[in-house]
Design a protein around this ligand. Structure first.
Ligand code: ATP
Length: 235
């Protein structure tokens, strides 16, 4: 579904991604792991059009999207839930969801259907429609960030550090939500510091280090790898 080939990205003169290649097949959950500064967020931002690659290609179902504007990329079905959620503290839950619907892909189901689906997935958001984003708990804010992304009817959803700062009980709920999104037919690319959790959810993973992919494999193999255990799982 998504194919990235020899991607180079720089911030000004600083090269940050040095020839990254990866693929995500339709229906897969793929995780990107790597220590701080490895370039994971940069890769997601480049896929969603917020950064332009210096060279290399990004193809969605065979069509290059590497030079497209972010709103065009959302309309093609790639939606990004950024690190830190980026909610508007004074806007209500419902207003966030309406905002998410603005840039939906042209063949998206009707807004009312999407809203019903989101409320089925996150009933707490239906109850709190009028509440301001800033007054939700951390876990509810992360759910709202997912829900806002769902309103754009993604086919390919990218999650950047979804569990950051959440209590264990909320992490369990979010894992359930990710599993449900996947079952509903969405392909996912997830950046997650909790490597055990990421590899438990994912089919495959890529390990990044200082701007390059240094290892890839199916999730079970990566989970059993002594190098991964030592570097990321504290074993
Ligand atoms: P983290 O888990 O800390 O977010 P990451 O793997 O997502 O790490 P990136 O945020 O993509 O890594 O950062 C990759 C490199 O690019 C780092 O060296 C970082 O300092 C640098 N970098 C990130 N954003 C910018 C920016 N706006 N300007 C210059 N350098 C940046």
């Amino acid at each position: 579904m998504l194919e990235i080939t020899d991607l180079h990205v720089r911030y000004g003169r600083k090269a940050v991604l040095h020839g990254v290649s990866l693929t995500v097949a339709k229906g897969e959950i793929v995780t990107l792991i790597g220590s701080n500064g490895a370039g994971k967020t940069t890769l997601l931002k480049t896929i969603s059009g917020l950064l332009q690659p210096a060279s290399g290609d990004i193809r969605l179902e065979g069509q290059s999207i590497a030079a497209q504007a972010p709103h065009k990329i959302i309309e093609s079905g790639i939606v990004h839930v950024p690190e830190g959620r980026l909610l508007f503290p004074d806007m209500s839950v419902r207003e966030h969801l309406d905002l998410g619907a603005i840039r939906a892909r042209p063949d998206a189901p009707p807004i009312a259907d999407r809203l019903n689906e989101v409320f089925e997935l996150f009933p707490i958001l239906a109850e709190r429609q009028a509440q301001k984003g800033g007054s939700l708990s951390g876990g509810q804010q992360q759910m709202l960030a997912f829900a806002r992304a769902m309103m754009a009817a993604p086919r390919f959803l990218m999650l950047d550090e979804p569990t950051l700062g959440l209590a264990p009980v909320m992490i369990d709920q979010l894992s359930d939500a990710i599993t449900k999104l996947h079952r509903s037919g969405i392909t996912l690319l997830i950046v997650e510091q909790r490597v055990d959790l990421a590899l438990a959810l994912a089919d495959r993973g890529y390990v990044m280090q200082t701007g390059s992919v240094v290892m890839t494999g199916d999730a079970k193999t990566l989970l059993a790898d002594p190098g991964i255990k030592a570097a990321f799982l504290g074993i």
